[in-house]
Design a binder for this molecule. Structure first.
Ligand SMILES: Cc1cc2nc3c(=O)[nH]c(=O)nc-3n(C[C@H](O)[C@H](O)[C@H](O)COP(=O)(O)O)c2cc1C
Length: 727
């Protein structure tokens, strides 16, 4: 079933019951402190597992002339009702080992009584009880639908507790806390429903009616209390109540109510006159009450308090997410039938919509008849000349909910007029199926229309990349639009403080190395990206990082007027600045592969310097393309160290401005057989550097594998044996 059905059910249930759930949660948190406050009273004197019923009855009988009953409550406090030598009735807590009176029974405070009443019935008696029970059931369903949403998001039960990418505060914590409080909330709600059933007498009736044959009661052999087997062998921890005989007549007996059964015991011989198992309904009711209220366990009461507090957060974050999704509503100036430019959007959390809306507004401002809608609304657009699709990817490279029917609708639509299309994919390199849905859309559109531009992918909502695409589109269409900076002002999140440890002088190519230390411990590894915000606004610059000794290593080429490289170049040692670490799992050193070939040109070497320092088992080769021998000085010491420590098995240097004028692809050609063999035996090739180098390297690799392995390069690409991070 599609994710949307579960999301709408989850939302509809939440909307219909949130006021009641809010009240029940707030009062529930307060009530969780009632058992805690009771448990902290000093009446818990002995370990009831170590005291037998015989011991307690004996010591009570020796101390008091008359005993009515002894009870053990949920807090393991012993409560008794006795008469003293002076004829006074003493009721309250007692020490079960010494029969010493400890104090009066705690009375529930007026405040807790008031809150309990609000929690149970909203002061509306039976009507209120009914609504509270119903809301408990709705919350149970919300938890189930929420669990299904998490299962869908995590792609199966096995990955239920797998790491979650923190893209959005509300979304991240809604899922993380949802997973943690799942079991307690299911228990709270299921027991809440059960207790409501009990209050409305909807459970099977239970009575314990002992059938005692009084004619058969014997007075011999007489046994003292300490000799009676059932008293000797039963620990106080098992006991709910001990009712004492009314008189010393043999017809009067002990009634011993245990957790699992109720026994009638002859007070003279110790014979068991009747025994009835506690009905399951009673056991479940007791269990439900304890689980629902936290009675008897401080730890469980605390868990309940935290889980219930989480419900309040779920209400807030759930609605915040819903409002964020609805915020960017689509408003159109022209009807679909008169528009020439159709923008269709696939967005789950609204950011792609922000970009698409900004583009739409600029087209309108430029006097173009544009129309914007969701991808799922695809239909025939009779006057359209251009179709622009902007879509995010979710799940396992899947469509967003407002785009999941697009491809089907496209294929089913009979009347297509001629138009040119462009696809912009929004995604994140932190996921294995980067922008996969955009690729699927592009392929589907190719079957119907002419492509204006090749598909363009945008990692992590990069404004910079989006503007690059806008520029390309403008050039291709001869339309002049530009997106105002403010329209895409999405504030960068999750910034971390980094300190500059060292920075080298620029080398002959105006390239320098900079080492940064995260102020706090952050998880990252070589191949991840560092996003910096040189102008303190939305504009971000991404750099591939190497991790050496826990620090971030970057290799940066200083560009004239380059805002990113200029910013890094101007940083002084020991100064701090804020940046974001972006996980790029598609470009991590493979853990399983025995042999890895790394190919870099220029500053693309940075992640490899980190990977080599982290390398433990792999056979590694590095192909590095630089301009001159002098360019290499910047990296020479590190490379020499890695060769000496056998972390780098083979090094190939291609210099493009020395006599031989070699590029990395020439070096690859020289070692073609070794490259082919590496891929053949499941080795991995990693490429980092300029896009131009990347294209040439792919062409060379294609030739090599076709010649030696009789396979196209796509065969190895599909097996994830070719990894790249090029710019
Ligand atoms: C649960 C989840 C799954 C995602 N899966 C993918 C994915 O498989 N491939 C990808 O490239 N991006 C994936 N992303 C990243 C989003 O596509 C990206 O953040 C996009 O910019 C979000 O756009 P939106 O705010 O319009 O929904 C995923 C994000 C989330 C939260």
């Amino acid at each position: 079933m599609t994710i949307s059905i579960w999301r709408y059910s989850h939302l509809a249930l939440a909307v219909s019951s949130f006021v009641f759930i809010l009240l029940a949660s707030v009062t529930g948190i307060i009530l969780a402190f009632q058992p805690i406050s009771e448990q902290l009273e000093p009446y818990h004197v002995e370990n009831l597992n170590n005291i037998s019923v015989a011991e307690t009855i004996t010591v009570f009988k020796a101390t008091y002339p008359e005993i009515i009953d002894i009870k053990v409550d949920d807090n393991d406090f012993v409560i008794a009702s006795v008469f003293t030598e002076e004829g006074d009735n003493l009721e309250g807590y007692f020490n079960p080992k010494t029969a010493q009176y400890l104090g009066e029974e705690i009375e529930t405070s007026k405040f807790f009584q008031w809150v309990t009443s609000l929690h149970r019935s909203l002061f509306l008696k039976s009507v209120g009880r009914f609504f509270v029970g119903l809301c408990s059931f709705l919350l149970f369903l919300i938890t189930i639908t929420g669990t299904i949403l998490i299962l869908k998001r995590q792609r199966g039960i096995k990955k239920f507790f797998a790491k979650i990418v923190n893209e959005n505060f509300n979304q991240y914590w809604h899922v993380v806390l949802g997973r943690l409080s799942l079991i307690p909330i299911l228990i709270i709600t299921a027991t809440g429903v059960y207790l409501s059933f009990e209050k409305f007498n909807l459970l099977p009736e239970t009575t314990t009616d002992h059938q005692i044959d009084f004619d058969a009661i014997s007075e011999t052999p007489k046994q003292s209390i300490s000799e009676i087997a059932i008293f000797k062998n039963t620990k106080l921890s098992e006991v709910k109540t001990i009712e004492f005989p009314f008189s010393e007549d043999v017809e009067d007996y002990f009634t011993l109510t245990l957790k699992s059964k109720e026994l009638v015991v002859n007070q003279i011989t110790g014979d068991i006159l009747s025994s009835i198992e506690t009905p399951l309904v009673t056991i479940f009711t007791r269990l439900s009450l304890n689980l629902h209220t936290g009675k008897g366990s401080i730890i469980w009461a605390l868990i309940l308090a935290v889980a219930t507090a989480n419900i309040l957060f779920f209400i807030y974050s759930g609605f915040a997410m819903t409002f964020a999704r609805r915020k960017a509503r689509l408003k159109n100036k022209y009807k679909k039938d008169e528009a020439e430019y159709i923008i269709l959007v696939g967005s789950e959390n609204g950011s792609t919509l922000t970009y698409a809306n900004a583009f739409y507004k600029q087209l309108i401002a430029a006097g173009k008849k544009a129309f914007i809608n969701q991808l799922n609304s695809y239909t025939n657009y009779p006057k359209a000349k251009h179709l622009i699709v902007m879509t995010a990817t979710y799940g396992q490279g899947e469509a967003t909910t407002n785009a999941n029917k697009f491809i089907q609708r496209l294929n089913n639509e009979a009347n297509h007029n001629e138009l040119q299309f462009s696809v912009v994919g929004f995604g994140s390199l932190a996921y294995p199926d980067f922008c996969q849905f955009a690729f699927d859309v592009d392929l589907a559109l190719q079957q119907k229309f002419k492509s204006l531009l090749p598909i363009f992918t945008i990692n992590d909502k990069s404004v910079e990349a989006f503007n690059q695409w806008v520029q390309q589109w403008c050039e291709a269409t001869n339309i002049n639009v530009s997106i105002p900076e403010k329209a895409l002002a999405i504030a960068p999140k999750q910034l971390k403080k980094l300190k500059v440890l060292s920075k080298t002088e620029n080398n002959i190519d105006e390239t320098f190395l900079i080492t940064l230390k995260p102020k706090k411990h952050h998880q990252f590894t070589s191949g991840d990206l560092l996003a910096i915000y040189p102008k303190n606004d939305y504009r971000e610059r991404l750099y591939s990082i190497g991790k050496v000794d826990g620090n971030i290593h970057l290799s940066v080429k200083l560009h004239e007027n380059g805002i990113g490289s200029g910013f890094l170049h101007n940083l002084q040692n020991n100064t701090a600045f804020k940046a974001r670490l972006v996980k790029n799992s598609a470009f991590h050193l493979p853990k399983k592969s025995k042999s890895v070939i790394m190919i870099a040109n220029g500053t693309g070497i940075a992640p490899f310097l980190g990977m080599l320092s982290q390398n433990k088992n792999s056979e590694t080769q590095l192909y590095l393309g630089l301009r001159t021998a002098a360019s290499f000085n910047l990296y020479k010491n590190q490379i020499d160290d890695y060769i000496a420590s056998k972390k780098l098995s083979k090094f190939h240097l291609a210099l493009s401005r020395e006599n031989e004028k070699q590029y990395v692809q020439d070096k690859l050609d020289e070692n073609a057989q070794n490259i082919a063999q590496t891929l053949y035996s499941d080795g991995v090739i990693m490429i980092c550097g300029s896009l131009a180098m990347y294209k040439s390297v792919l062409a060379t690799l294609e030739d090599i594998v076709t010649k030696y392995n009789n396979k196209p390069l796509s065969y190895y690409q599909n097996k994830q044996q070719i990894k790249s991070d090029c710019y």
